[in-house]
Design a binder for this molecule. Structure first.
Ligand SMILES: Nc1nc2c(c(=O)[nH]1)N[C@H]1C(S)=C(S)[C@@H](COP(=O)(O)O)O[C@H]1N2
Ligand SMILES: [Mo]
Length: 198
């Protein structure tokens, strides 16, 4: 695709499809800190704790039974690559939220991954319709390096917020920095405002 026209394309909401300072990549780069965690589905659990009425722990079968959806979206890494038209399948965040009792004081969520990675997101951002826990990409199960068995996908924020190997969500009343955020990445990370570092 010619970069001149690609960079002027608008989305239905009127925003530039390609956020400022980004370029398109055809492949799918792998980016993470540390090594790929070893996970087995039989012992896999997704935990919810913090400001919830009751701590919850879902098995793989229980979590998938919450509901399934398909979303197609673009992803934007802070290191300036963007990848268009990703088809994700998985569990809508809203279905998970509706299944657990979150206290009204909860305003932020710390995402916890197997292997220790963390990243922070406001709860209202996770409640957007297009946010999901993805187990598949373009019709195939995620590969280990892209987050198998489950990753979050939050398309309106830089991709470091989309935690791979997600294993836990901690509900908080205050915003706390996650892993990259403590090393100077922006606390929120809106690609259209170029909130890369702070
Ligand atoms: N658990 C975990 N999730 C992570 C990361 C990480 O280091 N650990 N890196 C983030 C960053 S910076 C990016 S750009 C995307 C990369 O996802 P990909 O490797 O599937 O392209 O994963 C995000 N999720
Ligand atoms: Mo990234």
């Amino acid at each position: 695709m010619a970069s001149a026209s690609a960079s002027r394309e608008l989305r239905p909401d009127g925003k530039l499809r390609l956020p400022p300072g980004q370029h398109l990549t055809a492949g799918w780069p792998v980016l993470h800190y540390g090594s790929i965690p070893r996970i087995e589905l039989a012992s896999w659990r997704l935990h919810a704790w913090g400001l919830v009425e009751e701590e919850r722990s879902f098995t793989w079968e229980e979590f998938n039974a919450l509901g399934q959806t398909t979303e197609i979206n673009d992803i934007h890494c802070v290191t300036t690559w963007s990848k268009y038209d990703n088809e994700w399948q998985g569990i809508p965040f809203r279905a998970f939220f509706d299944a657990i009792g979150v206290k009204p004081e909860a305003k932020y969520v710390m995402l916890h991954s197997f292997g220790g990675y963390t990243t922070n997101v406001p709860l209202e951002d996770l409640l957007r319709d297009d946010v999901l826990f993805a187990h598949s990409h373009n019709g195939q199960p995620l590969t280990p390096e892209h987050g198998w068995p489950l990753r979050l996908v939050i398309p309106h924020l830089y991709f470091w917020k989309s935690a791979k190997w997600i294993g836990g969500l901690q509900f908080l009343d205050r915003n706390r920095p996650g892993f990259w955020e403590t090393y100077g990445y922006h606390i929120y990370g809106d690609p259209w405002r170029e909130e890369r570092y702070s």
